[in-house]
Write a protein that binds this ligand. Structure first.
Ligand SMILES: [Zn+2]
Length: 74
């Protein structure tokens, strides 16, 4: 599938990504999320079932699998 950005020649490729969500000022990372990624501009698309799975996961946040180091840029 061609990239949805105008004038971008990229074709989406299925990749496994780390998806970051910010909720109530807290950063939540979900690893190994299947996504369509444009290798040219980096645009990311999720299938509707993937979006639903992410919403289910966020609605029922259990014990995290692991924690990640978080750094501030400034
Ligand atoms: Zn693109």
């Amino acid at each position: 599938m061609t990239c949805s950005f105008e004038n971008c020649p990229g074709e989406y490729e299925t990749q496994s990504i780390a998806h970051t969500v910010r909720r109530d000022g807290q950063i939540i990372v979900i690893d190994h999320v299947p996504a369509e990624v444009c290798p040219v501009c980096g645009d990311v698309l999720f299938l509707p079932e993937t979006v639903r799975a992410i919403e289910r996961l966020l609605a029922d946040m259990g014990q995290p699998h692991s924690s990640v180091p978080l750094y501030e840029f400034a």
